[in-house]
Design a protein around this ligand. Structure first.
Ligand code: FCB
Length: 444
């Protein structure tokens, strides 16, 4: 990596986590169950049969985790709120003890000068709302707007940004399309209807938060990728075009253009979502920032068996191809297609099978991964894309959804038996990188 890369002064360097993956304390102080609690306790759903009951016990150890971030010298922390902690049933009464927890977390961040970037929904729907139909029920979108309004009213002054959703693509396609994620439904038509309700809930929540005048910047976090055909064949090119349309444009077009993309909409046929009058107007409203999570590209092969991705840059412990230039290509493509607000890279990072040796984790591959993606990010910025921050996923090793604790994404190692945190080589590298960037931008 070119150490003199002049990321602009004021560029935000952060780390990211989400509530269910780190907090634990699954029923502490009045928290209600979420669909992920239910899912983990259903045999066969999680590869290592683990749960989020304890996770990184961040609920009780948040001060230590904030101290870790302070020692890294990061500017910002992206985290999510467990809806069922602050509203146990997803409707009705608020749980003051839950809000107190987040208030204490914000105190600790403020005391260290770390900006707080909140995500309202990182997949842990209150089970009470699932019992009423979950995201397949249109009413859930209205419940989400109520929740968003209340959070913005209480915390809107203490947060740098509020994102409505994290990766609605996953909620819809993995939660309802292929049953890999909670609530574990596999039905294509449901997944598409859910994606519409998620977008609607985003729009309703934006309006609700604007009503209370939250000074925090408001937006959404989308997972995105470019889609490359495996060969030049018409079939592969068609598949790639469809993949990009159904995954990226499906969420971007409604927000930025007010309609679903033609290609995917036509292909969905009878599975196209029910859209009521006024829905697209609710969704199509200005956002203050766009969060982009980037991990890999989509590789599209129509042959049987499919031609595998070349993975010339290697692949991660998740089996995901390492493809940094996809980040440059994606950002340039978005920049050309939409009038974008400032972008934050809200997640980027890799899983590796890290094991401490004499108390030290030398995760050189992660350092290389991050450095190459920062080069790729900077290449897009040089070509005019307005990116204002980068959040490394993740601060801590944590509960990686249906992979349980088997996949480690942290720059800080967590020993789940003792809850001992040990910064890996990548944490120290990131600390030095951020310090060097800051020193550079302070140089006249
Ligand atoms: C993203 C999720 C995040 C984490 C990373 C590895 O899709 O937003 O919670 O699981 O992948």
């Amino acid at each position: 990596m070119n150490d003199s890369l002049p990321f602009p002064p004021g560029f935000t360097w952060g780390t990211a986590t989400s509530a269910f993956q780190i907090e634990g304390a699954a029923s502490a102080d009045g928290k209600g169950p979420s669909i992920w609690d239910t899912f983990c306790h259903t045999p066969g759903r999680i590869i290592d049969a683990s749960t989020g009951d304890v996770a990184c016990d961040h609920y009780h150890r948040f001060q230590e985790d904030v101290d870790l971030m302070a020692a890294l010298g990061v500017d910002a922390y992206r985290f999510s709120m467990a809806w069922a902690r602050v509203q146990p049933d997803g409707k009705g009464a608020w749980n003051e003890a839950g809000f107190d927890f987040y208030s204490r977390l914000l105190d600790a961040l403020e005391a260290n000068g770390i900006a707080a970037h909140l995500t309202l929904y990182h997949w842990d729907l209150p089970q009470g709302l699932q019992d009423d139909g979950g995201w397949l029920a249109r009413d859930t979108a209205y419940r989400f707007a109520d929740y968003a309004r209340e959070v913005a009213r209480r915390f809107g002054r203490r947060l740098a940004t509020i994102a409505t959703h994290n990766e609605p693509w996953c909620t819809a396609n993995l939660g309802y399309g292929n049953a890999q994620f909670a609530p574990g439904v596999a039905d294509a038509k449901s997944a598409i209807q859910v994606s519409h309700h998620l977008l609607l809930s985003h729009g309703l929540a934006m309006s609700a938060m604007r009503e209370v005048g939250a000074p925090a910047k408001l937006g959404i976090v989308l997972n995105q990728w470019t889609a490359d055909p495996a060969t030049d064949s018409q079939a592969d090119r068609d598949l790639a075009a469809f993949e990009y349309s159904r995954s990226v444009e499906w969420f971007m077009d409604p927000i930025f253009k007010g309609h679903y993309p033609d290609l995917a909409l036509r292909a969905h046929g009878a599975n196209a979502p029910v859209v009521l009058a006024g829905d697209m107007q609710a969704i199509h409203q200005a956002i203050d920032f766009l969060g982009v999570n980037y991990y890999f590209r989509a590789w599209c092969s129509a042959s049987n068996p499919p031609i595998p991705a070349p993975a010339l840059g290697g692949s991660t412990d998740m089996g995901w191809e390492i493809y940094p230039q996809g980040l440059t290509e994606l950002l340039l493509k978005l920049h050309a297609a939409y009038t974008l607000p400032p972008i934050y890279i809200t997640e980027n990072g890799m899983a590796s099978a890290d094991q401490p040796v004499d108390g030290w984790v030398d995760d050189a591959a992660r350092i290389d991964f991050v450095a190459r993606h920062l080069d790729a990010l900077y290449a897009a910025m040089r070509q005019g894309v307005d990116v204002q921050g980068y959040f490394l996923w993740s601060l801590l090793d944590n509960f990686e959804w249906n992979s349980g604790y088997a996949k480690r994404f942290g720059i800080v190692h967590v020993d789940y038996a003792t809850q001992k945190r040990t910064p890996k080589a990548s944490a120290l590298w990131y600390r030095d990188f951020v310090a060097a960037r800051r020193a550079l931008s302070a140089t006249p």
